[in-house]
Structures are given as C-alpha cells and as structure tokens.
Design a protein around this ligand. Sequence first.
Ligand SMILES: *Cc1c(COP(=O)(O)O)cnc(C)c1O
Length: 392
Amino acid sequence: MDKFDFVRTELEALKASGLYGTMRTVESAQGAWITVDGRKVLNLCSNNYLGLANSPMLKRAVRKNMAQHGIGAGAARLISGTHTLHVQFEKALSRFKKTDDCLFFASGWCANIGTIQAITGSGDVIFSDELNHGSLIDASRLSRAKTVVYQHRDFSHLRRVLKEADDARRKLIVTDGVFSMDGDLAPLPEIVQLAEEHKALVMVDDAHGEGVLGDHGRGIVDHFGLHGKVDIEMGTMSKAFGVIGGYIAGRAEFIDFMRHKARTSLLATAPTLIDVAACLAAINVVEESERLVKKLWSNTTFFKKSMQSLGFDIGHSETPIIPVMVKDERRAQEFEEDLFKQGIFAHAIVYPTVPKGEARLRVQISAVHKRDDLKYALDKLDAIGHRLGVPA
Ligand SMILES: *Cc1c(COP(=O)(O)O)cnc(C)c1O
C-alpha cells in the first residue's frame, strides 16, 4: 500500500463527479480583454470591478514606494513589522470607511479567521446565513462556538433562532454583505434591528460590496446608512480595489483588542510594503473620484436590462454579480465552453457550489468594460444561449 493511495482515490472521485476543474492560465495583465491559454477573451469572471488591478496610478505608487521602502515588512505586525505605510494605509482606510480605526491583514480570509476566532469561543453562539462564504464557515469551526445556520436572508428564521439562544454567553450574527453566487444583498437593517433586540454582535463580510456599494464604494453599511450600527465590517482589498489583503473596521477599542488578539495577524508576517502602497493608492483613487464606481453601475444596469430583454433569467441580483440561470449542470458547462471558443470568459457554477438544478453562468461586470465589449458579450450570449435552449 502506498501512503498516498487516498490522494489517488479522491482525485478519481472528483473527476468521476465532474468536480475536477481545470485551471486556465492568464497570460496578460487584468483588463476587459485578457489572454487565457493563448486565446484573447473578454473577461466576465473577474472581481476587478473597478479595473484597478492594472491601474497606471497604482503602478506608479508601487514603483515610487518600492524604490523608497523596498518590499518585505520583515516581521509580524506586533513584533516589529508595522511600517509607517501600514499605519498610513489604516488611517486612510478608516477615513474612507467612516469608522474609528481598522486592522489590515494579509488577506480577507485571514481577516475572517482571525476575527471570529478572537471574539467567540465555547459557550457562544454564531448565527450564520446558509450561503455565507467558506472563510466564515471555517472561522466559525475554528472558534469552537456553536454555529446556528439560518435560511438565506430569512430574518424571521434568524429571529426564531436568536430567541432560542437567549442564554448564550455571547452572540454573533455573521453575514456576507453581497452573496457571491447570486449577487443579492443581506437584509442588513433588519439584522441590525434583531441584533439590538437580542444584544448580539453583528459582523458583515463585505468582500464584494467594498468599492461597489454606497457613496464612492464605501460598502454595504454606507449603502444602507448604517454607520455606527454594524459592529464589525470586514472587507478585502483583493476585489474591487484590485490588490490583495483584508481588513476589519470598527470602533477604536475593538480594533485595539483585535491588534492584540487576532492570531492571523499576530503569527503572520505583515503584508508587503508594495501591496500596502498599492492599496493606499487604490483607496485614494476611489475617494477622490466616483467616476469608476459610476461607470461600474452604468455598465451593470445596461447589461442587466439587455439580458432581461433577451429573455434570460438573471435571478435576484442587486450588484454587478449576475447569475444567468441555466438550471441543467451539463448545459451550463457547455455554455461556458462554447462561449470561451467565441472569445467570452465566464464561469459555469454548478453543484455543489450551488444546489442541484440551479446551475448557472456567473457574469461579473467591471468598469473596464466598454459599451462595445458588453454588446459583443450580449450578442454571443444570445446566439449561443438560444442554440442551447437558454432561456428555455
Ligand atoms: C473573496 C472573499 C473572501 C476572501 O477574501 P480574500 O481577500 O480573497 O482572501 C472572504 N469573503 C468573501 C465573501 C469573499 O468573496
């Protein structure tokens, strides 16, 4: 027997069930059109919502800061890795988010794991939307708190489970702001109301809302006018802001606590100085002008309206994440393959990422798309979709 037999068995099982995805290789910079496996394609599956991933302004900031500060931070934040750039960036981010303070992590994943693990433990209860991101699920498991999963966006279900747990030591409601497979929003005002009634903490993971929702893309809390009412805002610099890194924002005392408690910050080397320089430049770009956010939304509105008039079912999206419902798994995969051959890069999302029979193509709109790019995509989606019987 070989020690790695289990690896072979599991790989074979993945392949047999159609879950062994092939990784395509991107050979160009991010943008509306990219080169993937030697083919030039229109990119409809990037989180680069504002087009900042290849922004000349960010590149200039990186070059300048790299010349002055170099690359690595040298240590974990609390040991000796906090650089003046980290401090400057956290100040800028707090101003942008309209919160007292914030803490920057190497990734959004680290921010979620470090935060939930620091604030909950055995005797506590975490209330989690059933469609929450995997990092929140893993974070809840690591915390050793009891996790109660409530039905998607269902605040009457949430109310019921909160009541049942009224004697818990500490309660934390955690939700994605924007749900990444459907593009719908958490009912944050209702969640905040329930949290107040039951003395629960509220944490929102706004990975797909930062740079997208609210005034200048300040996020979902700004979108709903809930400043000061959501205890913990988590966001990432890796999506709309086009770089890497995650953060939490909130009141000063809480962030101070987190600086000393979050294991994914305490035990991990601080983000590189070139990443931080790029992040700082990204926040400055978005704060100074709302042009990119506006362009993102006008592209999104145009694309959604056009898809609906072509007869497609685009679900309940309220954001630039647009599910194109296909239902059948095999047909969704064919849709993806045929589109790719015609120069359109979009992903089929199938079971188990979404429930069986709810397979879809997921399209993401960006401010880098020109109107003609979107028209090109609409033509191809229409032609290939109708040949495959989508919409039915
Ligand atoms: C992408 C994502 C994360 C992880 O953020 P990274 O910065 O990529 O590590 C966390 N939560 C949600 C909802 C996400 O979409």
